[in-house]
Design a protein around this ligand. Structure first.
Ligand SMILES: Cc1cc2nc3c(=O)[nH]c(=O)nc-3n(C[C@H](O)[C@H](O)[C@H](O)COP(=O)(O)OP(=O)(O)OC[C@H]3O[C@@H](n4cnc5c(N)ncnc54)[C@H](O)[C@@H]3O)c2cc1C
Length: 493
């Protein structure tokens, strides 16, 4: 069959989230042609769905540099760099104007279902590199295809939450009980208020999402009598989520953990530790759901048999790799992230998402000019930050533009945290679960390779690893972020 030349085709960006739109901004700046395909009806549909949640990163970390340049040229006024936006603020005051500047380079209501090389399935090698990519998507009832010179997959992980089962499978009855699952971040004080008011909610998970929802439920319970809040975690203690408190350089993040600890200690939240849910069944006495399994109470393992109205499944997210079945990817078998960055973010070894600045060279796959970026590039690791994604796409687009020097000069500025450890292996308890006490000590001593310095530090990739940093090759940046920000499952959740 005749081949379409790659040159002249657009660079398809999957997802118009903050990182996908930043990629498009860099492409425009470099004179390349982006085509952003977004499943939602508008920009950043995933962020919009958690629009009621306040970010812990102030605006200065939330705006991409190329996007800023494009927007500033239109007279856009940048929000106060020290203010903390909500997800809604991010969409309304930054991402929607940015998408406006990008115009019809962004298409909405189109869901990418498959990516392959045009005319070459995964097993065909001959002439593979000459072939463009073929991106298949649905637009309403229609199935369509577009050819691309390169593909940047920035589709995030928000659409594919982890199931409740500790083994990675849905627990028995989970699919049938889907109507009782509210997702990680229901708008408890807004759109979802009726669902929770005066009822029993079980929040499962030990990440930032769980913390946000728990605190909203505590607020709801003040006004709505009969609201009961149960919190189930896999580990033996929530201390890790309580985080660095006043030592955290992102004060909002430190405060989140402190407020949650206060709510648990005041009895507003009933905490169950060492929870293993085995199955869900319809409740017999109400229209709720029965949660069955085991938990730890007063130092002893007990059967769990709890009837609740709603389960907030804040158990983290995983990447959708099904649509990439025909692409030759080089992914870490544990984290499902690009192999080169996986050791730096594996939650089995890193509590704080220690992130050396990493760029195109670390994000490349055997199929050339195909990249996973943004939240999806972290696979199952929960500690992604926007600033990391913006640096990824800057480097990737520089490489696509043939600017190898800029692609390899990777820098990253992130705020530091109060509690952080880079090697959790030594801290695992008898269940392989990280001991929060050891963890806190590791962070406090500054012994971990992600120990926080006195302030944000720019770094350049490619230097040798300092002693004690496990398998990590590049020098880790000397910054990290709180152990308590996992948006879901990690060693202790
Ligand atoms: C509640 C919460 C708070 C957070 N707070 C912070 C913070 O304070 N600071 C920080 O740095 N980071 C924060 N993060 C982490 C991270 O920065 C965000 O998740 C961010 O939205 C990730 O951006 P992204 O562009 O990679 O992915 P997303 O924002 O998830 O965007 C992906 C986009 O792709 C679209 N999409 C998905 N599948 C397809 C498909 N098949 N075809 C087409 N389109 C598709 C989605 O609709 C979505 O619009 C937070 C995350 C959460 C969940």
């Amino acid at each position: 069959m005749s081949e379409t030349p790659r040159e002249g085709l657009p660079v398809v960006v999957i997802g118009a989230g903050p990182v996908g739109l930043a990629a498009a901004a860099h492409l425009v700046e470099r004179g390349l042609q982006p085509l952003v395909l977004e499943a939602g009806g508008g920009p950043a549909a995933a962020v919009a769905s958690w629009g009621h949640v306040r970010l812990f990163s102030p605006w200065q970390y939330d705006v991409d540099a190329a996007a800023r340049r494009l927007l500033t040229a239109t007279g856009w006024v940048e929000p106060n760099p020290d203010a903390l936006p909500t997800g809604r603020d991010l969409v309304e005051n930054y991402l929607t104007p940015l998408a406006g500047v990008l115009g019809d380079r962004v298409r909405y209501g189109v869901r990418v279902t498959d990516v392959t090389r045009d005319g070459a399935d995964r097993s065909r090698s001959l002439g593979r590199e000459r072939r463009p990519y073929l991106v298949r998507y649905t637009a309403g009832e229609q199935v369509r295809e577009v050819r691309a010179r390169a593909v940047i997959d920035a589709s995030g992980t928000f659409g594919t939450p982890n199931p409740l089962g500790l083994s990675g499978l849905p627990v028995i009855g989970e699919d049938a009980a889907a109507g009782h699952l509210a997702g990680a971040l229901p708008d408890v004080l807004g759109a979802a208020r009726e669902r929770f008011a005066g009822r029993t909610a079980l929040v499962v998970g030990m990440g930032h999402s769980a913390a946000n929802t728990l605190l909203s439920l505590v607020e709801l319970a003040r006004d709505e009598a009969g609201t009961r809040i149960v919190w189930a975690i896999r580990g033996g203690s929530p201390r890790r989520l309580y985080g660095g408190g006043s030592d955290d350089q992102l004060p909002a993040r430190g405060l989140l953990g402190t407020r949650l600890r206060d709510a648990v200690e005041a009895g507003q939240v009933e905490l169950l530790t060492r929870v293993e849910i085995d199955r869900l069944e319809p409740a017999t006495s109400s229209d709720g759901v029965r949660v069955l399994g085991t938990a730890r109470r007063d130092g002893a393992d007990v059967d769990l048999d709890l009837t609740v109205d709603t389960i907030v499944n804040a158990t983290g997210f995983r990447p959708d790799l099904d649509m990439l079945r025909e692409i030759r990817l080089d992914l870490d078998p544990v984290v499902e992230a690009p192999r080169a960055i996986a050791p730096l973010i594996d939650p089995n070894h890193h509590s704080c998402g220690t992130v050396p600045a990493h760029g195109e060279i670390d994000l490349a796959h055997p199929d050339d000019e195909f990249y996973l970026v943004g939240m999806k590039s972290y696979g199952r690791a929960p500690t992604f930050l926007l600033a990391t994604g913006y640096e990824q796409v800057r480097s990737v687009v520089a490489a696509l533009a043939g600017d190898r020097v800029a692609a390899d000069a990777v820098e990253l500025n992130l705020p530091a945290t109060g509690v952080c450890s880079s090697d959790l292996a030594f801290a695992a308890d008898e269940d392989g679960v990280v001991s929060p006490d050891t963890l806190a000590l590791a962070g406090a001593s500054g012994g971990g390779c992600c120990a926080a310095p006195s302030g944000p530090q720019p770094v350049t990739l490619g230097l040798g690893a300092p002693a004690g940093c496990g398998t990590v090759d590049p020098e880790p940046v000397k910054v990290g972020f709180a152990t308590g920000v996992e948006h879901g499952r990690s060693g202790d959740a």
